[in-house]
Design a protein around this ligand. Sequence first.
Ligand code: FES
Length: 103
Amino acid sequence: TMTWIDAAAVDDVPADDVVGIEVQGRDIALYGTDDGIHATDNICTHGHARLCDGFLEGHEIECPLHQGRFDVRSGKAMCAPLTEDLRTYPVKIEGGRVFLAFE
Ligand code: FES
């Protein structure tokens, strides 16, 4: 079953940028994009880099370490050296808060 967790204020998520937060002991990246807020794991699937230190362009986050890119909507790995997709989390907005669904 999924549990919705209050993760952040909507106002804490920058437009066209990424922020790293901790939710339930997990390192999560929140992305402010033109179609709303998306959430993924913050640690790259290739090495120990934090995606919140990377560069968001549209719906793609570029890892700061080797410039691998993920689609933040699906978590899909878009280019080398990435071989593994990124975990994403369902997002809902309620009362100015960002809720993430955890299993
Ligand atoms: Fe992210 Fe290598 S650690 S691309």
